[in-house]
Design a protein around this ligand. Structure first.
Ligand SMILES: NC(=O)C1=CN([C@@H]2O[C@H](COP(=O)(O)OP(=O)(O)OC[C@H]3O[C@@H](n4cnc5c(N)ncnc54)[C@H](OP(=O)(O)O)[C@@H]3O)[C@@H](O)[C@H]2O)C=CC1
Ligand SMILES: O=C(O)[C@@H]1CCC=N1
Length: 268
């Protein structure tokens, strides 16, 4: 029902880079007609041109949704082309890190429903997770519409308060980068042990992917999954004695630094 409204009234997508294209791909895969999507993007990719979405043309009158997918640093420059959509008929959805609901309320004017969200890059293969929170003007129907759009690229969780968004950004928004760095460092350690670069990377990539899938698909407590690998007096125990001494404070500092940067972007 919600997506029918988007198909009928249209959706404006501001910025079609990595995240904008992941979302667009998800919507098209869910059957949204490309002609219902109006994309504003200064450097359209060949893929974007091939989708049949309306590109940099005149803005539709009162689209169901305006989705903001530009970098927070570009917001001041990029938003003015669409602020005429403010006032209540169009739901504004942002995926930008840091930028608070109040910034969109100020730009689009009073009465504008806004949903702030934080997806992550596994959205590109429909395996993302997105957290959402609406402003006071966002009705349950608006929240359901945002949830439906973002669930085209993975799971969606609803937050209780906007204040949670900095921590969410630091954990799941930035999180894929931490995991990719784990793959890089595990592969490098394998190379240091004498494996070829290709074999070390193959082992590290499949191990992280397989462990992630096992944790996700079984829903088993990750601490139990860790214990299942760890034979008393065996190799894993020897490795974990090193890792568990160093990793928790390191991850704590990593997440704090990312959350602090999210807070800072919100004050800019
Ligand atoms: N990457 C990630 O992991 C995540 C990113 N986000 C958020 O998503 C948003 C987009 O990030 P991401 O997709 O990575 O960034 P990208 O740089 O890949 O995409 C942003 C796109 O916006 C375009 N753009 C620049 N100026 C304008 C303008 N004035 N009008 C319209 N489009 C414009 C850029 O074009 P050009 O390249 O030519 O400048 C680019 O194609 C950010 O706010 C980020 O915080 C959220 C969750 C995860
Ligand atoms: O690094 C960033 O600022 C964005 C937000 C979360 C992931 N990438």
């Amino acid at each position: 029902m919600a997506m029918d409204d988007v198909a009928a009234r249209g959706l404006v997508l501001l910025g079609c880079g990595k995240m904008g294209s992941a979302l667009l791909r998800g919507w098209l895969a869910r059957g949204l007609p490309p002609s219902a999507v109006h994309v504003i993007e200064p450097n359209p990719s060949d893929w974007l041109r091939s989708t049949g979405a309306a590109l940099n043309g005149p803005m539709p009158d009162a689209p169901a949704v305006a989705l903001v997918a530009v970098k927070p640093q570009m917001m001041g420059q990029a938003l003015p082309v669409m602020t005429a959509l403010g006032g209540g008929r169009t739901l504004v959805v942002s995926i930008a890190a840091g930028t608070p609901l109040s910034a969109f309320e100020a730009a689009f004017g009073p009465g504008t429903p806004v949903v702030r969200s934080m997806p992550n890059t596994p959205a590109a293969i429909g395996r993302g997770i997105t957290a959402i929170i609406g402003n006071a003007q966002a009705t349950p129907a608006h929240i359901a519409l945002a949830e439906s759009l973002l669930s085209a690229v993975g799971e969606v969780v609803r937050l209780d308060a906007e204040a949670q968004m900095d921590a969410v950004t630091a954990v799941s928004g930035s999180g894929p980068a931490y995991v990719f760095h784990l793959i890089e460092t595990l592969a490098a350690a394998g190379e240091a042990e004498g494996l070829s670069p290709d074999l070390a990377l193959q082992l590290a990539r499949a191990t992280v992917a397989g462990a992630g899938a096992l944790a996700q698909e079984t829903g088993t407590d990750p601490a139990q999954l860790r214990r299942d690998v760890t034979s008393p007096g065996g190799t894993t125990q020897a490795g974990l004695e090193v890792l568990m001494a160093e990793l928790p404070p390191l991850i704590r500092r990593t997440v704090r630094a990312a959350a602090a940067r999210s807070e800072e972007l919100g004050r800019a």
